[in-house]
Write a protein that binds this ligand. Sequence first.
Ligand code: PNS
Length: 161
Amino acid sequence: MNGRTAVYPGTFDPITNGHLSIVNRALKIFDKLIIAILNNPQKAPLFSLDERISMIKEVFRSKSNVEVDSFDGLLVDYVVKKKANVVLRGLRALSDFEYEFQMALMNRKLNREVQSIFLMTDYKWFYISSTIIKEAASLNGDISGLVPATVCQNLKEKFGY
Ligand code: PNS
C-alpha cells in the first residue's frame, strides 16, 4: 500500500480553478494524485466522460505525478484497486460540510482502511462550483479566470458562441 498516493474523486463537469487549486496544494502533501471521474451517465453531465478526461489531461499535461482516470461502482473499491488509501476532497462553504461528512462516514463504514482528507478551498474559489459556472456560461456570461482556458473554450463551443 502506498500511503503517499491520494485519490481525488468527483464529477468534474467541468473541472474548475477551485479543483485545480486543491490538486496543486495536495501535490505538496502527496507524491501522486489520481483524479478519478465518476462515470455516472444518470447525472446527465454536460461534458461526456471522454471530454472531461481529455480536458483534465490537458490541464495537467506537464505534471507526471497526476493521473487522470474514471471509475464506476464504489469509490472505496476503486481506491483499493489503485493501491491507495486516501480519498481527497475539497471543502467550500458550510453547505458542503453535511454532504461531505455523510460521504466520508459511509466510505469509512464500507472500508475502515480508507481515510478521507479534506482541504479547505482558497477564498478565491469559495463561491464557485461547476454548476454555477455552467449556468453563467450558458447565458453567455464571462467565466474566464474561473476555469482553465481549455475549459473556457469548450464551454463556449458547447453553448455555441
Ligand atoms: O463532484 P461530486 O459530484 O461531488 O463527486 C461525488 C463522488 C463522485 C465523490 C461520489 O458520488 C462517489 O464517490 N460516488 C461513487 C459511489 C460510492 O462510492 N458511493 C458510496 C459513498 S457515498
